[in-house]
Design a binder for this molecule. Sequence first.
Ligand code: 26V
Length: 821
Amino acid sequence: SPYLEDSRTGLGVDTLKRAIRNNLFYVQGKFPEIATRNDYYMAIAYAVRDRLLQRWVASVKQYIQEKHRVVAYLSAEYLLGPHLANNLINLGIYKETEQACKELGLDLEWLIEKEVEPGLGNGGLGRLAACYMDSLATLEVPAIGYGIRYQFGIFEQDIRDGWQVEDTDNWLRRGNPWEIARRELSYDIKFGGYVQTYLDRAGKLCFNWIPELVVKGVAYDTPILGYKVNTANTLRLWKSEAPHSFDFQSFNAGDYNSAVNSKIICENISKVLYPNDEQIEGKRLRLQQQYFFVSCSLQDMIGIHLRQGEKIHDFHKKFVVQLNDTHPAIGVAELMRLLMDVHQLEWEEAWDITSKTFAYTNHTLLPEALETWDLQLFGSVLPRHLQLIYEINRRFVDYATIKLYGNHQKISSLSLIGEGPRKYIKMANLACLGSFAINGVAALHSELLKKTVLKDWYELMPHKFQNKTNGVTPRRWMVLANPELTNLISGKIGEGWIKNLHELKQLEPFADDPEFRKEWMQVKFNKKKALAKRIKKRLGVDVDPNSMFDILVKRIHEYKRQHLKVLHIITLYNQIKKNPSMDVVPRTFIFAGKAAPGYRKAKLMIKLINSVGEIVNNDPDINGRIKVVFYPNYNVTNAQKIYPAADVSEQISTAGKEASGTGNMKLSLNGALTVGTLDGANVEIRECVGEENFFLFGLTADEVAKVKSEGYKPWDYYSENPNLKEVIDQINSGYFSHLDSKVFKELTDSLLYDDQYLLFADYQSYIDTQAKVEEAFKDQDKWARMSILNTARMGKFSSDRSIREYCDEIWKVESVPVTLD
Ligand code: 26V
């Protein structure tokens, strides 16, 4: 009976109502007459948080008492998205909370829309970490995610006069009900200074790092609940602060300014997320961020391990540490330091433990994204680690010299230290050497790793190499983003697919059911209508939900080729202009994505999209048959509204450049058909959904390499293809830019004279394929069939499958069901 339920744990409607009312009073200090929307949001959030904490405490208790092996996921980024609705779904109380709200005169959806999302990541890599945290908890695997509690996450994007404008993301401004500050849990982190060597009483050589700066890392925990299980894992993010006794001397001496100054320096470390992806910048602060969170995390793990009464020698049996790209790779040297300088182990044993602890995931093949650090800079921030890396490298090079018969070229490519005008540290090499497993994020990517950037490592240590194809959580990307489709599916095949996505296969027979096809398309139409409404509200542009929604959403980058899509749009525009009465399928092209603030060409691509949109959308000859929309501030919240409305998913990167992609999976899962190259996970998506349900175009990765090696000349394609020539000339004439013929010159020049991502080589193939897309869309009944089959065959791309594979093949960890007492 509901009124017997505890008001902080009960899941019934009446109990939830009581909890919300209580929180409004006791947490927010308000009563209904004066409560704001935010007050109600907080009241509900705290009601949910109570229920999370019950499961979180039970999980932690069980892990400690039973001493289970634990996965530590180290990531500089977590792109979590809003918590409230997700937690309601995972708790299984969405309906109940909706009802409780209704009875209190509140609209739950309206409150959910209020939540500011934690944007603590750039894109794919950070969002993957968030999906993996969800799957780890859902699979009941003991895990801790470690990262940085940035005060400012990824910038907010606004579009003014067609250009991207950045605004700071002050996500903590209204407080964060989802985190628990663990003020008592903190570690001191040293920076700079020098290393003293001395002999201890036994005559052993010891190292004493005398820092120039000490920063305190404070733990902030966010419980991550699995779907309909009691497991709630911890996401532990570190905030940097001044240590308690910061600059006492200057303070006492009355030098208030310099005391405050050092406080600011300390707090700077976790102040802001670097908004670049796929382009490294050798910034001191970035290295400090990486070391800061990695050192806090490893000290924390060692502390947990020792407090359980275990021996330091068994550290690698307790924890397996996954490196999300090379950003935390400094952990290899840091664990060596902690084991030797703090816990007094000898080199051999420290190395044995270290090299059994780490595993490394690579997320990109782009050479400009491979992290290196100028050796001088590195030494000035981490003098002790520079020594350790030299020693790790000395021993490794000795070994490699024997293994490789002194093949100097190979040895220098494997070396942790690069030589040139200046020396530098190669973080990927440190990660490869220090890890027992190395994986790529899609089958093609893992193969290319072995053939290109990590070739020498593969030849030396083939046993370390694996593939783990990425996945996405169906909870957020279906159940939460698309409850209508979720209900339609569950009505036919039950709810099992939410935890076992392979069960979607059971939908296949319904592709032949005309009634089901109708309902399927009706859901899609409603989602398009809802997105159209948002577009109208945000941008004032009318788009027709009956038109084909053709969607390209992801970070803006030349290799992702948003400008190839623009070439297609202009080509289509020109066709209609020449023959205004032609029969075209009306299309709405929707773009979204952020450009790194310092990436000029990417920002110019945004301007180009908006400029073309302005002309196309307002041309009476076009008469609304094609529309171009740039939806601002692409983030998790907006993505949840966009994916369900997609008819077509554009995955058009140059083959061999996109490691995996995960937006491709989310769109396809939501019934969009893919137009794509054979790149990243597109290859596997096509294998699963069937080639007849996938619009393939463009060169393969092998062909790309071949064309390039033979001396690619984009100008030839331009001069030999009249449609392409017309498009480029038109952009250059100022047709889309109020006759200003210079604005886009940087972009068109780079295409005409370089085109390193082969847009021109793939142009005609892309145009031809788009004609097929158009033909297919004309037969709506056939399209519905394809869309249903496509979704039905996406089972492989659940992050549950990815995490299962990581658990079985890399981490060797097992599920631990949690019981509530
Ligand atoms: C690099 C850097 C360099 C220093 C500044 C900050 C920063 C942030 C991120 C990165 C690397 C980003 C790599 C990345 O996001 N890769 C993407 O990973 C996805 C998940 O595996 C994958 O689906 C995408 O294809 C891949 O581009």
